[in-house]
Each structure stands twice: as C-alpha cells, then as structure tokens.
Design a protein around this ligand. Sequence first.
Ligand code: URA
Length: 198
Amino acid sequence: MGEMEDFCVTECTRCPALVDSRSQIVNGTGPEDADILFVGEGPGAQEDSQGEPFVGRSGSVLDDQLRIVGLDRDSVRITNCVRCRPPENRDPNTDELENCRGYLEQEIDLLDPDVLVTLGKVPSEHLLDRSVAVTKEAGSVEEIRLGGAPRRLLICVHPAATLYDRSQEETFESALERAADLAGVDGSAGGQTRLDGF
Ligand code: URA
C-alpha cells in the first residue's frame, strides 16, 4: 500500500505547451489492486478542472457502460497517456506521448493489471506502436511488452464515439464484457482499496 500514492506525479515540466494549457496534472484513479486498467488519451476540460480522468461526458458514458456489464468505476483503474490537458483539446503529439510514457509504464508496473483497455485510437496506437482501425479492431486482444513485462491489451473505442454514433454502443459494451471476462471479474467483486491520485 502506498507505492502508487508515492508515485503520484505532482510536478512535471517536460512538455512546455501542456504546462501552459493545464491547470493541474491529472493522475490515474482507482484501486491499487484493480484487475482492469483503462487508458485514455489525455484530460479534457472537465478532467483538467476536477483533477480526475474521465469525469466529463465521456466519463458518464464509461460509467454507464461499466454498470451495464456489471462493473463499477470504483473497482477499476482509469488513467491517460498524457496527464496534462493539451491546448484546445488537440491530440497529444508524439513528443508529449513519449514524455509521459514513463509515468504510464510505472503506473502499469505498480498496478500489474490483468488487462489494459485502450480507449480510442491515440492510446491504442501509442501502446501497440502501429496504426489501429479502432472500430474494426475493438474487442481484439494483443500481447505486448511494456515496461519490461508482457501485458494483455484489449482495444476499445473511445466512449465519446458512442455519443456521435449510437451503433458504437454495442461495440463498446462487448469490448467491456471481454475485458471483464479476461480479468475474471464481475460486479460482485469488492473489497478493493480505492487510491486516488496516482
Ligand atoms: N478523454 C480521454 O481520453 N481522457 C479523459 O480523461 C477524458 C476524456
């Protein structure tokens, strides 16, 4: 207990543009023994002001879909590829992704999840290091080496995609079901320690 907390990123000036655009660093949230780690792209406006990942509209979609498959937000860990909000919600660039990669890898190593779920194109391509057709590949699982260890990664669409295209809801839901299956967890899993602020 505590290792994650100790590792919480509280100061970083590696990305000048993001230092200017952020109001705070947004660390991952969720229990230190979560079996599933969701990885998004980077904080948006709501996340930047509240200091928590996925608390805006995408976050409500994620919460709803988690509930549908019998999981809840307090039992999973949620983080992003970059911890600072990019200006005007642009995608993080390659340098920014690389600058933040070490933090993500350390979070993954400390958590040691059964499965990583990448939410959308940016985290999928960043961690798989190839181009990804997310809609087509959602629900597929790959083994990757990350931070020195083999990891199971499941590709998922970004929750926001379901807001623009309702047909994506089913894709999203099936991917979450697969993640729960891979992690061997269901809605009754409890007793995990919630640790905010990695
Ligand atoms: N989208 C992301 O990728 N991450 C967030 O934290 C919020 C929205």
